[in-house]
Write a protein that binds this ligand. Structure first.
Ligand SMILES: [Zn+2]
Length: 248
């Protein structure tokens, strides 16, 4: 048996496993995604602290070589109560957590941690309408961490620079121009405004991108594309996305 060890952790998910026991999925800054047991009834102090998207210092007791250590304490640094009061924010945060779990934090723990931390802080503080664009930014940056962002500048088939709407072609993992597209998939079409926004996400500072405004149509196009790309990146359908179709 090991002794108590402490480290920084973000709570990703919580699942009931026995009468009063929970299995917590955590994201550790130093060790990526792992699970730990949480004992205690509904009224226990610890149970209220270990809750999704709380960040803090976790104390674990158990064998470090085994996944299932026991959580002996959790000192929360960020509760982010603003997320819980909104259905949309709760859904967006749950989607981000599922993505982190399914992709093992993209294998890039430090940058992934910074991205998630900033996204959850943003959800906590921003209004609902701003959160839709925040989710677009988060998903594109997450794809970037995984090295899966298609070029927003030139056609993946002929190399021509983009100047009009483009379509995403899954088998190329790239955008292609109108002249190269044999068939046009309207669900994966992006207009020049959307492409410029995606480029800005890779090139400009966060504050500058936040000031950019998008038309409703562009926001919808980017959302559709990113949900598709992110499902692909996660190796299949994301449960949160299926469950959230009604509130999107
Ligand atoms: Zn082309």
């Amino acid at each position: 048996m090991g002794r108590d060890s402490s480290s920084e952790a973000l709570v990703l998910a919580l699942r009931q496993t026995g009468d009063d026991h929970r299995l917590a999925t955590l994201f550790g800054l130093d060790r990526g995604v792992y699970q730990a047991m949480l004992f205690g009834g509904g009224k226990s102090r610890l149970r209220a602290l270990v809750s999704p998207w709380h960040t803090g210092t976790v104390w674990l007791y158990g064998d470090a070589k085994k996944d299932l250590a026991k959580i002996s304490d959790f000192d929360v640094h960020k509760f982010r109560p603003g997320i819980r009061v909104s259905l949309y924010k709760t859904w967006a945060a749950t989607l981000a957590c599922e993505l982190v779990i399914k992709t093992s934090a993209s294998g890039e723990y430090g940058p992934c941690w910074a991205l998630c931390d900033a996204f959850f802080d943003g959800l906590d503080q921003a209004g609902d309408e701003e959160c839709g664009t925040a989710l677009i930014r988060f998903l594109w940056r997450y794809l970037n961490l995984m090295g899966l962002c298609p070029s927003t500048v030139a056609c993946a088939a002929c190399g021509a620079l983009f100047s009009s709407p483009v379509v995403y072609l899954p088998k190329e993992n790239g955008f292609i121009c109108a002249s190269c597209a044999n068939e046009w998939n309207a669900d994966l079409t992006i207009n020049p405004e959307g492409l410029a926004y995606l480029s800005a996400l890779s090139e400009l500072r966060a504050g500058e991108v936040r000031r950019m405004r998008l038309t409703e149509q562009t926001r919808e196009e980017l959302k559709r594309l990113l949900f598709f790309l992110i499902s692909q990146a996660a190796g299949g359908r994301l449960n949160t996305m299926e469950a959230g179709l009604g509130i999107l």
